[in-house]
Structures are given as C-alpha cells and as structure tokens.
Design a protein around this ligand. Structure first.
Ligand code: ATP
Length: 355
C-alpha cells in the first residue's frame, strides 16, 4: 500500500458512486473528456465566460455538463456544486496557470494526483534540487558571467513561453544583455529536443516497477516554438539582432517523435529515479508527467524542465502512440487517467491517487 494523499473527509463525496471527471475547457480537455467517456465516466467541463462552442464540433469529446463562472478567479466558488456531483478534477498546464497555483492548491475538491507537486514544479530552484538529487543531468548553471565558456541561454523566472529569453554565443556577447528582472544563466545545450510523456501508477503491480507501482511511457513529442524554429530563414542571429528581432519560444503546436530505441533504457532509468525521489521528498508525483530535455551528440539527455501533469503534446495520441500501442491499443493519456481512477476506486485505494 502507498501513501494516502487526501484527508478522508475530502473523498467522502465519492463514496459508493462513479466519480465525474472534471477539467477546465482548454489545453488537453478534449482528450481527457474523450478518454473518460470511453471508460464509462460522466464528465464536467469548467469554463470562464460563455459556454464554449467548439465542443459541438467534437461530439465524442463533449462534456456531459458545463459549469461556467464569469471569471476564472471565481472557479473556487464552484466547489460545493462539484462536490455534490462527485467530481474529481484532472489538472492540466493551463488550469494551474490560469487559476494560480495557490488557489488551485487550496481548492476543496478532490484533485487527481498529488497537489503538493505544484510547489515543487513552479519553483525553478526546488525543481532543480529535486531533479539533480535524483541523478538527472541538467544544463549547467552559471553563478557568475566570468565562468561562461560556451553558448548560453538566459531565462527570466516565470517567463511564459520563454518570452525575453536571451541567447549568447559567448561571454562577450552577453554584454548586450540588459536584465529587466530576476534571471538564470544556463548552458545552451546543443542537440535535439524530446518531450517524453510518462505515467506513474502507484497502484499498478505490473510492467516496469518503480516505487510501489509502475512506470509507463505513453508518447513523445517535440514542440513547435515561435519564432525560434523558423527564424533561421531570415538570416543570421547577428543580422536579426541588428533589425531588433529576438528569438522567442512560444509553443504553437506539437509534432510526434520517437527516440532512438537504444536510448530508451536510459530514459526510463532517469524517469524512475525522479519518481522515486519525489516519493521521498513529498509523497510522490502521481499520474502523467513530462520530461523535457535535449539529447546531445554524446547521447546524454539533459533535462531542462519537468511538467508534473498531462502536457498538451499528448493531444497527438488520442488513438495511441508508437509507445502506448505496446501497452494497450487506443490508449491516450486522458484514457489512462480514467482507467487509473476506475481501478483505484475498485481497489478502495482512491486516497493514493487523489489529493
Ligand atoms: P516556464 O515553464 O517556467 O514558463 P518556459 O517553459 O518558458 O519556462 P523552458 O521550458 O525552460 O521555459 O524553455 C523554453 C524553451 O527554450 C524550450 O522548449 C527549449 O526549446 C529552449 N531551452 C530551454 N532551456 C534550454 C537550454 N538549456 N538549452 C537549449 N535550449 C533550451
């Protein structure tokens, strides 16, 4: 048996009934509703403003009920209604970002996964401490500009979509950087990016065993980032800078990728250690997470970030991926979440996956 994440009174609303899978109408909601429906759940879509229309175009992913509030900050007020409906909230990236980590953490409704993970992910220092102490290799960080001996990327704290990140090919080039807020200087890692979609189940007793449960790989993508991905077509970085054009990393879409197969064992080892360390640090990262990193020509995977919930790159794989097909046909991450909730309830172990 694993660790209980939720106070028993929070789960009382779910006793003896099938939960209603609930999420915010954005990000990966189509996949979450579609997967829940396939597993026989009712669903609720939360939205700010008018009822979103675009679900009418996707009948297999339309939630059974919409709950709307005038503004996103008013979402906490829906708690009594959601509890009466037996809701379990499935968090996703936009959900936590729009609502705010503090309000989300304090929300008195059952949430899928361990809400303590939010504090570890949101703080760059804490997430680095977690990943490095788990044995993951991260891009080198420079405390002082005088130590720089190669290309660097300067990142502002809390920059959404890499806004204002500064790239410099050398220490000298950094003279042109004039900070407008707190930042970190990181080694610019040369290589190819991979965003790996893992799933940790603490209640599974099959597969690749980690902690009390098992680790699955459900997909992999690479993000399209504007304007950096196509910027080279306009000329060299120096020319662009002269014209006042700077690189940005705003995510605009996702493309599917697979990793060279001989690199998979190492990817699993790194992910497993990160899960094990999360269990020691805060009771465990439960369910989907994404390791985001760069594979170098020495075949070393340098992790620059972890996302501790379903990522939008999984939207590529509603009908399965080259990895999830080898776990079960037609398995999306959204569907895997629904399966997990169903199984935990059958086993009387919901408190280990819901907080
Ligand atoms: P946050 O999630 O805190 O808002 P962010 O998502 O804007 O931050 P990152 O995910 O750290 O920022 O980086 C954005 C993009 O910058 C990555 O997807 C990748 O393309 C690039 N990048 C980040 N770190 C490095 C690095 N050390 N070397 C090379 N490229 C990097």
């Amino acid at each position: 048996m694993g660790i209980s994440l939720a106070p028993p009174e929070r789960l009382a609303t779910l006793n003896g009934r099938l939960p209603t899978i609930t999420t915010l109408c954005s990000h990966s909601s189509l996949q979450i509703f579609h997967g829940a429906r396939k597993e026989g759940f009712r669903t609720i879509g939360l939205a700010a403003g008018p009822t979103p229309r675009f679900y009418d175009a996707f009948p297999l992913a339309r939630p059974d009920q919409f709950v709307t509030v005038p503004k996103i900050v008013e979402l906490p007020s829906t708690a009594p209604h959601l509890r009466s409906e037996g809701a379990i909230i499935v968090p996703h990236g936009s959900f936590v970002e729009y609502m705010g980590a503090e309000a989300f953490t304090a929300w008195d409704v059952p949430v899928y996964g361990n809400r303590k993970v939010i504090g570890w992910e949101a703080d760059r220092e804490k997430s680095r401490e977690w990943l490095v102490s788990a044995g993951a290799t991260m891009p080198r960080r420079y405390g002082d500009a005088s130590e720089i001996d190669g290309p660097v990327i300067v990142k502002y704290y809390g920059a959404k979509g890499g806004k204002g990140f500064f790239l410099a090919k050398s220490r000298e080039a950094l003279d042109d950087f004039h900070p407008t807020g707190p930042y970190v200087i990181q080694e610019y890692v040369l290589g190819t990016r991979y965003y790996m979609h893992f799933f940790y189940s603490p209640i599974s007793d099959r597969g690749y065993r980690v902690g009390h449960g098992s680790l699955e790989l459900l997909g992999m993508d690479r993000r399209d980032e504007a304007n950096i991905d196509e910027l080279y077509k306009l000329g060299s970085q120096e020319e662009l800078l002269k014209a006042g054009i700077r690189p940005t990393f705003v995510v605009t879409g996702n493309v599917p990728v697979v990793l060279r197969e001989s690199l998979l064992p190492r990817a699993f080892e790194v992910a497993a250690k990160i899960v094990e360390r999360s269990i020691e640090l805060f009771g465990g990262m439960i369910g989907p997470f994404c390791l985001e990193g760069i594979m170098t020509e020495e075949l070393e995977f340098k992790v620059f970030e972890i996302s501790t919930r379903i990522v939008a790159g999984t939207n590529l794989f509603i009908s399965g991926s080259p990895y999830s097909d080898l776990v079960e046909p037609n398995l999306s991450t959204g569907r895997r979440i629904a399966q997990e909730i169903k199984r935990a309830q059958e086993l009387g172990r919901l408190s280990e996956i819901v907080s």
